[in-house]
Design a protein around this ligand. Structure first.
Ligand SMILES: [Zn+2]
Length: 432
């Protein structure tokens, strides 16, 4: 209104002539303008808030961007406005797309959200036995020991890592939620710059540092990550990243040697091909507009990764059998076949609790020792000298089991309940 009164008279007169045809218009136009002003102000505030939530107050990552929004209006229902996806999701998607860095993918490295870099010192595994364990709250990549992540996730095969036999491979799928659970939004949790859709950790492969003529091979753990990222032109892409280094910093894949490791490398290549041919979710959905009928990219990647984990373990088992076959003299020493026999016949004092690994240990005849998981799965067997057994007891790594633990062990391995016998003890257990 104030603006109108300040305009020159001629302009005012001209402008008035037209609206006269519809009498209500001048008042309506002012009202409309004020509505639109409020919409613009609210939308600006909402976009700014969304950015602050996902990326914090600093705007160094922000650049001009387009925001397209789609809503539907039903005049019959008091002009009700509806949006699917919701306005919030539409704004959030546009803001995230804008803040996504292109070309953040580097082979053999993860993106560090603390340094905002794919090449800083935190971006690669520090040791051959390290795997990716997720991001810290401030977006720093964490690199725990392979055994540590297996223990944290309760993998029953962890004992195999300590098996004297060099064969066998442990492999585990890790969900993206687990990797991002500590990470805060402003340190990349929602970022599409380097978006991990899941990973497989596996190990160990025994590999030699090339060209150094070392006689002792290193134990190497691998992290295989399905990642969505952006190319320079902004188009999304998926890839399988292989994170594993030898102690000299060279990529472990370059040191693949021998038929068994080549087989492992082939399995990885095939998964890499399948992951990179997946259709990225974000853009694909928006274009097709039929989100519900399309399988989710994250779910597809998870399926491929889980299959990859199974194939790797299978390759390990085949290799183990071949190794055992080739080294016939060792077969007799391998105590695995006696595991159940020994477990079922062991007196209570021969069953121990491994405090460190949270496993049962059964000592059998002829220096045999068998490791069982909490659920009664046979993990591994080994031959140990009496000194080695004594040392573990002395260090209180192996403890005598309590009556409670023994009852549980009896139940999970299917030993007849002892002392209290007559199956009564087991009923009590199952009710717990
Ligand atoms: Zn860093």
């Amino acid at each position: 209104m104030a603006e109108g009164s300040g305009t020159p008279k001629t302009g005012k007169a001209k402008r008035r002539r037209r609206p006269r045809r519809k009498k209500s218009r001048p008042a309506g136009k002012g009202l409309l303008r004020s509505h639109l002003n409020r919409v613009e102000a609210s939308l600006t505030a909402a976009v700014r808030e969304t950015y602050a939530e996902d990326f914090g107050a600093h705007v160094d990552r922000a650049r001009p961007f387009e925001l397209e929004m789609k809503v539907s209006i039903d005049p019959a229902k008091s002009w009700r406005l509806q949006a699917d996806p919701s306005l919030e999701e539409q704004i959030r998607a546009a803001v995230r797309e804008m803040a996504t860095k292109a070309e953040a993918f580097r082979r053999g490295r993860v993106y560090c959200y603390r340094c905002d870099s794919p090449v800083c010192p935190h971006s690669h595994p520090p040791r051959p036995t390290s795997v990716f364990g997720g991001y810290s709250s401030t977006g720093l990549p964490l690199w725990p020991e392979f055994s540590q992540i297996l223990l944290e996730q309760g993998h029953p095969g962890v004992g195999l890592l300590y098996d004297a036999s060099p064969a066998g491979l442990i492999s585990m799928y890790v969900s993206p939620d687990m990797l991002k659970q500590r990470q805060m939004n402003i340190f990349g949790r929602q970022s599409k710059t380097y978006d991990i859709l899941g990973q497989v950790v596996f190990g160990f492969l025994r590999m030699r540092v090339p060209g150094e003529g070392r006689s002792v091979p290193e134990r190497v753990a691998f992290t295989l990550q399905a990642v969505e990222f952006r190319r320079l032109d902004g188009t999304p892409r998926l890839a399988l990243n292989v994170l594993a280094r030898l102690s000299d910093g060279s990529p472990a894949l370059d040191a693949i040697n021998g038929p068994y490791q080549l087989r492992v490398s082939d399995i990885i290549s095939s998964a890499r091909h399948r992951i990179s041919s997946l259709y990225p979710s974000a853009r694909g959905r928006a274009r097709r507009g039929s989100a519900s009928s399309l399988p989710d990219t994250t779910a597809l990647a998870a399926d491929i990764l889980k299959g990859l984990a199974r194939k790797l373990e299978k390759a390990g088992r085949q290799r183990e059998r071949r190794t055992a076959h080739a080294e016939g003299h060792r077969v007799k020493n391998r105590p695995t076949s006696k595991a159940w026999e020994d477990a079922l016949g062991a007196p209570a004092e021969s069953i121990l609790w491994d405090r460190q690994e949270k496993t049962y240990v059964v000592l059998g005849p002829r220096s045999r020792a068998h490791v069982f998981s909490l659920r009664g799965r046979h993990v591994t067997s080994l031959v140990l000298s009496p000194e080695a057994v004594q040392s573990r007891k002395r260090r209180k790594r192996w403890l005598p089991i309590t009556d409670d633990q023994r009852e549980r062990f009896d139940a999970v391995v299917g030993r007849p309940a002892q002392e209290t016998s007559d199956g009564h003890g087991r009923e009590v257990l199952s009710r717990r």
